[in-house]
Design a protein around this ligand. Structure first.
Ligand code: SF4
Ligand code: SF4
Length: 149
């Protein structure tokens, strides 16, 4: 009986403590972002899946299909092909596939490239239920970007 009488002030005190914590948090500034309506700026060092870079003057991919990145990749997730066009000294890339399911974002491919033809993208919105969606055609992506206004 004695214990149950003491439970009343204890319960009331616990209620006050809980309310104090709730009210303190309620008036604190909001630190979360209502994604996807709002997004945070992406940090400069963020590494998204690699993408091809292009010559700003011509819009042509800088990749010369030397395959150094393909050989340097420890996860064997790059496939490059290219052709030497008539009148050109270097090859032009015709195919650049990235199997992002195996990529560890180690950066070996970016470092080894002699032409700065690949870089880490800022793409983070990669959710999918299909594994095939992670096989990226980087040549097609570059062409699609060029068409965007
Ligand atoms: S970041 Fe590393 S694992 Fe990913 S494609 Fe480049 S070399 Fe391969
Ligand atoms: S991205 Fe760079 S390293 Fe890879 S094939 Fe093209 S030029 Fe060579």
């Amino acid at each position: 009986m004695k214990a149950s009488i003491l439970d009343v002030p204890r319960g009331f005190w616990s209620l006050l403590v809980g309310m104090r914590i709730t009210l303190t948090q309620f008036f604190k500034p909001v630190i979360t972002v209502p994604y996807p309506h709002k997004t945070l700026p992406i940090p400069a060092r963020y590494r998204g899946p690699i993408e091809l870079t292009a010559d700003p003057a011509t819009g042509k991919a800088l990749c010369i299909a030397c395959k150094l990145c393909e050989r340097a990749c420890p996860s064997d997730c790059i496939l490059v092909a290219g052709v030497k066009l008539k009148g050109e000294k270097k090859k032009s890339v015709t195919e650049f596939k990235l199997d992002f399911t195996k990529c560890s974002l180690c950066g070996a491919c970016v470092e080894v490239c002699p032409c700065d033809a690949i870089r880490f993208s800022k793409n983070y919105n990669l959710a999918s239920t299909s594994k095939e969606d992670y096989i990226f055609d980087l040549v097609a992506r570059l062409q699609a970007e060029k068409k965007q206004p």
